[in-house]
Ligand binder design. Structure first.
Ligand code: S3P
Length: 426
């Protein structure tokens, strides 16, 4: 249990946030597919990325970790080995879905499992395109859920053209990774642009990958050529908590250093600026094709906004934090097209409505795919349930801190993406 007291003053100073979760996963996976050693710095040593590291080791890679530094040595694109045991993706959808794509073309058997949350999440969205590529995959519940077994591929997978029904970077990445091993190019069509870290990193590793509009095509490869070093920028999804807290707390003036600002991830900045926030990017730079900058935030008055559509994939993980901001705004905020929130680490639409309303009664309502937040209502002290969801825990923590305080039943889940979140909040 964790008690968060209300903050009596604004946030001031500089904060360094942990490495980006999405890029950390991809750095461990792709580095394991090369033959030369790769040093990864600012790697996120959170539970999700450590699940990926453990799985890649089971698949034959050599990975040494010292804090936020990884040294990865792979056995080449054709050098993965049959794991001796079931691969456990823990709480991590990214680990599971990307590695399903990687293992689908292999000539050996792989079985995946995960924690209670991951075992509930939908996997047919990955199994379906991989099966179209001729992979043999069986899963519980009519091929919908974990545990999932990928049978040894009898022949090379075939390249396909696949139109994804939902914008999902995990599904897209699974197909692209499988496409590396196919007998002809594979094209994925996204309904809206989702995060493109896989494409950027595959390109940095020498793979032939091209984007035309919403279509991404990968050519089969014989080998990958790793860079000697990968620097992982800070995670904008982790920065989001401080960006929102500094915006809504009077007197705040904060700089968050080294934040990844890839345009497929910066929806939170665009929406907050539209709401009247004062956020500026300074010291913009690039590493390995990924942009990062220092984010300077000053407290400001917010107004409600309405958005949905193509904006959603650009801020999907920041919606709980944005909902907190909206509760302090003047007027109503309407967020459309958010049904994907129902299949995250928890049902985040239900979690926001049930838990956030304890702090700001009658502020949050949801339909199947729309979240409505009435801003400016009274806030009270509340006992809340994090539902073992890291992003719910951190959003509830900043909500309570900016309101009248909160207790969280179980805060340990922040270890998934931000192990020292509460120290930083203190
Ligand atoms: C991620 C993609 C998103 C996101 C998740 C990380 C990734 O999931 O919510 O936290 O690293 O590819 P979906 O692909 O399911 O949208």
């Amino acid at each position: 249990m964790k008690k968060i007291l209300p903050l009596t003053h604004g946030l001031r100073g500089t904060i360094k946030i942990p490495g980006d979760k999405s890029i950390s996963h991809r750095s461990a996976i792709l580095s394991s597919l090369a033959t030369t050693p790769v040093e990864v710095t600012n790697f996120l040593a959170g539970a999700d990325c450590l699940s990926t590291v453990a799985c890649m080791k089971s698949l034959g890679a050599t990975i040494e970790r010292a804090g936020e530094k990884l040294l990865v040595t792979g056995n080449g694109l054709r050098g993965l080995r049959e794991p001796e045991n079931v691969l456990d993706a823990g709480n991590s959808g990214t680990t599971l879905r990307l590695l399903m794509g990687l293992c689908a073309p292999q000539k050996f058997l792989t079985t995946f499992t995960g924690d209670a949350s991951l075992r509930r999440r939908p996997m047919a969205r990955v199994i379906k395109p991989l099966a179209e590529m001729n992979a043999s995959i069986v899963g519980r519940n009519g091929n919908r859920n974990l545990p999932i077994t990928i049978l040894p591929a009898e022949k090379n997978l075939r390249g396909i053209r696949y139109e994804m029904p939902v914008a999902s970077a995990q599904v897209k990445s699974a197909i692209l990774l499988a496409g590396l091993f196919a007998n002809s190019p594979t094209t994925v069509v996204e309904p809206a642009p989702s995060r493109n870290h896989t494409e950027k990193m595959l390109s940095a590793f020498g793979a032939k990958i091209e984007r035309h509009g919403n279509e991404i095509t990968i050519s089969p490869a014989e080998s990958l050529h790793a860079p000697e070093k990968i620097f992982v920028p800070g995670d904008i999804s982790s920065a989001a908590y401080w960006i929102v807290l500094a915006t809504i707390l009077d007197g705040s003036d904060v700089t968050i250093q080294n934040v990844g600002v890839n345009e497929t991830r910066t929806g939170i900045l665009d929406v907050l600026n539209q709401m009247g926030a004062m956020i500026e990017l300074v010291n913009l730079r690039t590493s390995g094709g990924e942009k990062f900058a220092d984010v300077h935030v000053v407290a400001s008055k917010l107004r409600g906004v309405e958005f949905g559509g193509e904006m959603i994939p650009r801020l999907i993980d920041e919606i709980p934090a944005l909902a907190v901001a909206a509760a302090f705004a003047h007027g109503t905020t309407v967020i459309r097209d958010v049904s994907e929130l129902r299949v995250k680490e928890s049902d985040r639409l239900a979690a926001i409505v049930d838990e956030f309303n304890k702090i700001a009664p009658d502020s949050f309502t949801a339909t199947d795919d729309t979240l409505t937040i009435r801003g400016g209502r009274e806030k009270i002290f509340a006992n809340c349930n994090t539902r073992a969801d890291h992003r719910m825990a951190m959003s509830l923590a900043i909500f309570g801190a900016a309101a009248k305080g909160v207790t969280l039943d179980d805060e340990t889940c922040v270890d998934i993406s931000y192990p020292n979140f509460f120290e930083e909040l203190n």
